[in-house]
Design a protein around this ligand. Structure first.
Ligand code: PLP
Length: 442
């Protein structure tokens, strides 16, 4: 066995985030004000987000955006994350493919989410903001934001999707350990929540309902900003630290990926690992394939429509041009809570439309089967979300076995599943089922 793990020195950690919007063949269509249908300017977003983040959101000209030194210093607590050659998995599959994964599960919060939570909290603090609010599904984003808020002395209020609040009690305790206030959504504490509960008293919540509540809180509380863990352009921007590191690490391994694969909720870990490599396709004629793996029960890229839609249930957000299943869509209660979002980020939606990437949908049982195989082969229990990327990787590796091709596959291990063992319990007991996207449950 040749070298298995590739790690960068602190010196080699990237100093810039990569803003693919500056180099895309077609830029995303603009965000629109829902009332006037006019194009939004950065100032229009100021009431919601820290100013610097508003500018990053709409920046379509600068390909490189400097990572503030304070943020980079905090990244050093867990970065670089290892790039690992999955020899164990290759052997189990008897595939000629070379499989690598970027292990984002080693962050203190166990997922890639901290990569954006740190800069979001940093920019809020720098502007004199005292409170931040957000939504969370399975709780990975809420946990990351709660920790990042603590690092900068901000108060955090988190709306957690009710079904996850109940299914994943330890994520709630993690957020509370860091001092965040956690409320299950929909709740009676906001107008949006009360409206949803009046119409659907048993509503189990979705990211859409939780976003509405958090946005409302930010709008009605002085000195409070909203933060988001996925979907938006500035979130994918921060996540490009993953792909830039991976690029240097693949170079250390002496290989270049034929395929880059990541699971897909709103697109941030997919964009994070893909965009630096996609730059090589756009500018330098490389032919890497980029594959987003989404759940069959929430398949916006493979079954959604490209149109302007709201980012939340109540219609508080700007109109976003994206692949969407409709902002009122409530996905089935699959255990990959982080993938239960109705829309895809604007950048990724445009890239999909332009044929620069592909998407596949994965059933719940296939995802857990893949996760268990990976765990046995590599000793890491993957997050239910990440299991989708692994399942897509296994499909491609099996294809290589049929054709005898020695392709190089890189996938992102977006998080570990150690706090999701209740989901694995259900899978192992045979209590999980597949859902198609018509099987919605409210
Ligand atoms: C949130 C989350 C996802 C999905 O979000 P993206 O923005 O699509 O990356 C995937 N994996 C894990 C572990 C997550 O926490």
């Amino acid at each position: 066995m040749k070298q298995k793990r590739f790690i960068l020195s602190e010196e080699e950690i990237p100093r810039y985030w990569y803003n693919i919007m500056a180099e895309m063949p077609n830029k995303p269509m603009p965000l629109l004000n829902p009332a006037t249908r006019e194009e939004l300017k950065a100032e229009d977003l100021y009431p919601l987000f820290a100013k610097e983040l508003c500018h990053q959101e709409l920046n379509t000209t600068d390909p490189w955006i400097e990572i503030p030194e304070e943020v980079r210093d905090l990244y050093k607590y867990y970065r670089s994350t290892p790039l690992v050659r999955a020899y164990g998995l290759e052997q189990r599959l008897r595939t000629p493919a070379h499989i690598y994964f970027k292990n984002e599960s080693v962050s203190p919060m166990g997922s890639h989410k901290l990569n954006s939570a740190i800069p979001q909290a940093y920019y809020c603090k720098k502007e004199g903001i005292t409170n931040v609010t957000t939504e969370t599904g399975a709780g990975q984003w809420g946990a990351s934001l709660a920790y990042a808020a603590r690092l900068f002395g901000l108060e955090a209020a988190v709306y957690q999707v009710k079904i996850s609040y109940e299914q994943k009690p330890y994520r709630r305790s993690i957020m509370q350990t860091f001092g965040a206030q956690v409320t299950p959504s929909p709740s009676m504490s906001t107008r949006a929540g009360r409206k949803i509960l009046t119409e659907h008293p048993n509503h189990q919540g979705s990211l859409g309902t939780a976003i509405s509540e958090a946005v409302e809180l930010a709008r009605t509380t002085p000195n409070c900003k909203y933060t988001l863990g996925s979907v938006l352009n500035h979130v994918s921007l921060h996540q490009t630290i993953i792909g830039q590191e991976a690029m240097k690490q693949m170079e250390m391994a002496g290989e270049y990926p034929d395929m880059v694969i990541a699971c897909f909720g709103g697109g941030s870990n997919f964009g994070g690992i893909s965009f630096p490599f996609m730059r090589e396709n756009i500018l330098n004629g490389k032919k890497t394939r980029f594959i987003a793996a989404e759940p069959s029960s929430c398949p916006k890229l493979t079954h959604g429509k490209f149109e302007y839609d709201f980012g939340d249930e109540a219609g508080y957000t700007p109109l976003l041009p994206m692949f969407t299943l409709g902002h009122n869509f409530t996905p089935a209660n699959i255990h990959a809570g982080g993938l239960r979002y109705h829309g895809a980020g604007m950048i990724v939606s445009q890239l999909m439309k332009d044929g620069l990437m592909e998407a596949v949908d994965i059933q719940q049982l296939e995802s857990f089967e893949a996760g268990c195989l990976f765990a046995q082969a590599e000793g890491i229990i993957p997050a239910p979300e990440s299991c989708h990327a692994i399942a897509a990787t296994i499909r491609e590796a099996n294809r290589c076995k049929e054709t005898g091709e020695e392709k190089v596959i890189l996938f992102n291990l977006s998080g570990h599943g150690l706090i999701d063992m209740a989901s694995y319990d259900k899978y192992l007991a045979g209590d999980l089922q597949n859902y198609t996207f018509n099987d919605t449950s409210v």
